[in-house]
Design a protein around this ligand. Structure first.
Ligand code: TMP
Ligand code: MG
Length: 223
């Protein structure tokens, strides 16, 4: 096998609280790939441009109400409708950088405190989605994000919810993905520094993982 011929792209996900700087950091990471002449594509979830995404947008803006399980499944469906694209990009050697993916789905729903919607239930519809090569959680104190512009406009942007979301992500930072590798579900990164400083810290985590994918050491995208 000629490894160059079979080289896939990596699948990297940034997670964080609302207004944690994810989108900014996802763009900066994308730029690094561009500078290195590596094919890259940024995606974000929810993808509000699709019909399902528009329903989610209406919910987040409190224009429509939705039952907790129902909105959870819409968020999940919004990922499933992107799977073919993610797989095709990665297969052709393009690295995909996603601003949120299924960990947000599970964590935000579980953080609502609905006794009929626990973590296990929330995880089920995500089973079979492509598993990211790396998930970095930008860890910030909710008191910090709440001071940022625009905070409070959407559904989950309240202090209590964000505190629970943060705790669940931190718990995932201690949890193994459950295979032989010992990899953690999520890598928790202190995102309290300046934009450039955080970008550098993310890149220090991501670059070796991307290089491992390039060397063919990580096999095909897992589910
Ligand atoms: P955004 O601020 O990154 O556009 O995400 C919108 C909100 O939706 C944010 O509060 C996180 C939440 N969310 C979920 O509840 N479930 C999901 O599956 C995703 C992707 C986001
Ligand atoms: Mg938001």
């Amino acid at each position: 096998i000629d490894p160059a011929e079979h080289r896939r792209g990596a699948f990297i996900v940034l997670e964080g609280l609302d207004r944690s700087g994810k989108s900014t950091q996802a763009k900066l990471m994308e730029q690094r790939f561009v500078e290195l002449n590596k094919p890259v594509k940024g995606m974000r979830f929810p993808d509000r441009t699709t019909p399902i995404g528009q329903m989610i947008d209406g919910y987040l803006k409190s224009k429509v109400e939705m039952e907790d399980h129902a909105i959870h499944l819409l968020f999940s469906a919004n990922r499933w409708e992107a799977v073919a694209k993610i797989k095709a990009l990665v297969a052709q050697g393009t690295t995909v950088i996603a601003d949120r993916f299924f960990h947000s789905g599970v964590v935000y729903s579980a953080a609502k405190g609905n006794p009929a919607l626990n973590y296990k239930w929330a995880r089920a519809p995500e089973i079979g989605l492509p598993r990211p090569d790396m998930v970095v959680f930008l860890d910030l104190n909710p008191e910090e994000t709440a001071r940022r512009g625009g905070w409070g406009a959407e559904k989950y942007e309240n202090g209590e919810m964000q505190m629970r979301v943060r705790q669940l992500f931190r718990d995932l930072g201690k949890k193994d993905i459950g295979d032989w590798s010992g990899e953690k579900e999520v890598i928790v990164l202190d995102a309290g520094g300046g934009i450039e400083e955080v970008a550098e810290a993310i890149w220090e985590l991501v670059r070796p993982r991307v290089e491992a994918v390039e060397r063919g050491e990580r096999g095909s995208l897992k589910t």
